[in-house]
Design a protein around this ligand. Structure first.
Ligand code: JB8
Length: 456
């Protein structure tokens, strides 16, 4: 019977001494894993045992030689054993430019290594890294199954040894028979879905006045489970908001917990948030043109032709048009973005003379108009309060700029949008014509008063 096998090649074998300790040490002495460490320099051929050389093209530091590395990786198969190890190789190369190490990848490797025909070699570089020809050359070898360059995260180590230790610890504990209690694996962060773990406590219940949350002393298992779930979700929103969009299998209580933490569901059930509202800046013209073309097309009545939509987009929603808006002191654009700064919607408001001069500006609504010229949200983020947040941001900015009322035109066929604006405090005061390409559309004109602005 073959035992899962992993070899580490390094110029600092002593760096991997911790592999003798704790769970990994026990797994090795218990025969659950065959873990071997090799000195790269054993494969050098010169008197000085050289593993590196100067970089072609110049620059700081030294680069590891590919020939020594290839010999060292191949030599792991004939490491003092009676017969060479014929298993296919998964070569793992720690590098800051590799793909981030995840629980899913650790599990994939553990599954692969539990099979009898695969083994792994971890190639720990130092200096400026290994000659870039090594990885593609390894991929061409018949005994190499795959090569994965991986990273622990967005920080830089002095070499791959610590990353190798981390990977080994993550993988070996998942190998069959290594952990006494496989339940503890199943319950952990990242195993099923990407939520962070809840906080844990032990005795004393009152430690110098620092008390354990009372629910944990209640003995009510359902309440304890609920509280832990809430803590997991809240932590995830706060510390790893980028994981939130991937959550699924949420129950109603989860949805309430998330809403309290600022995360809501969009119309298609996607989780949205935390959404940030920011003023658009000069660099956003192209992004705005993209967003505007998509949202405008989707907001047109169904019979609007592609030709008319294209003509309107080219004339009014180009990158150049948005660049002009962004440079115009009378125009304010606010963007709603998700945690990755990916735009979800935008609003454009005009103040000053151009807001009063626009076709359709209502008479008699006040002295200082602001026009909500555009307010659009991508379908996937609709129903999540994003438009409400955009209107609130526009109201705040227009009042600060001294406007006393906000008006807009909304397509007469778009009852949903008109109802939304009614909920946001707008009332219909008239009609106007709005030309899209070659076609005149009837718009409702709506107005709402603005609160007196707070001058800064
Ligand atoms: C030279 O930060 B790291 C890392 C850094 C390294 C090498 C390998 C990995 C080799 N510097 O993951």
């Amino acid at each position: 019977m073959s035992v899962p096998r992993l070899d580490v090649v390094t110029i600092f074998p002593d760096y991997l001494a911790p592999l003798d300790l704790s769970l990994l040490g026990k797994a090795r002495t218990g025969g659950l894993v065959d873990l071997r460490v090799h000195d790269l320099r054993a494969q050098t051929t010169d008197r000085h045992r050289t593993v590196d050389d100067a970089p072609f093209g110049g620059g700081a530091g030294m680069v590891m030689r590919p020939d020594v590395w290839e010999r060292a990786i191949a030599a792991t198969a004939v490491d003092g054993d009676a017969s060479p190890d014929e298993r296919e190789l998964v070569v793992l190369v720690p590098t800051p430019s590799g793909r981030p190490l995840t629980q899913a990848f650790a599990q994939e490797l553990a599954d692969e290594l539990a099979a009898p025909d695969v083994r792994a070699v971890i190639a720990c570089g130092r200096y400026e890294g290994i000659d870039a020809r090594l990885v593609p050359a390894l991929r061409e070898r018949a005994d190499v199954r795959r090569v994965v360059e991986f990273s622990l995260g967005d920080f830089v180590l002095n070499g791959g040894e610590v990353a190798a230790l981390a990977l080994l610890e993550a993988v070996v504990r998942l190998l069959p028979g290594v952990l006494g209690n496989p339940d503890s694996v199943v319950e952990e962060s990242f195993t099923h879905e990407a939520v962070l773990e809840y906080p844990v406590y032990t005795r004393p219940a009152d430690w110098d006045g620092h008390e354990v949350p009372p629910v944990l002393l209640s003995g009510d298992h359902a309440r304890v489970a609920r509280w832990r779930r809430e803590q997991s979700l809240r932590r995830t929103v706060e510390r790893r908001p980028e994981l939130v969009a991937r959550l699924d299998g949420l129950d109603e209580l989860d949805v309430v917990t998330l809403a309290e933490a600022g995360v809501v569901r969009g119309r298609h059930g996607r989780l949205i948030g935390p959404v940030t509202i920011r003023s658009a800046h000069e660099g956003d013209a192209a992004l705005l043109a993209d967003l505007a073309a998509t949202t405008f097309a989707l907001a047109c009545p169904a019979e609007t032709t592609m030709g008319d939509i294209r003509a309107h987009v080219a004339a009014h929603l180009s990158t150049e048009a948005f660049a002009r808006h962004l440079a115009d002191a009378d125009v304010t654009i606010v963007l709603a973005c998700d945690v990755g700064d990916v735009p979800l919607g935008y609003a454009l408001v005009r103040t000053g003379a151009s807001a009063a001069a626009d076709d359709g500006a209502p008479a008699g609504a006040g002295d200082a108009p602001a026009e909500l010229s555009k307010c659009y949200v991508l379908p996937r983020a609709q129903g999540a309060g994003v438009a409400r947040a955009l209107v609130a941001a526009v109201v705040e900015r227009a009042s600060r700029d001294g406007a006393d009322h906000l008006w807009l035109g909304v397509n007469g066929r778009n009852a949903g949008a008109a109802a939304f604006y009614a909920r946001a405090g707008f009332a219909v005061v008239g009609e106007r014509t709005y030309r899209v390409g070659e076609v005149d559309h009837r718009d409702h004109v709506m107005v709402r008063p603005l609160p007196a602005g707070v001058a800064d």
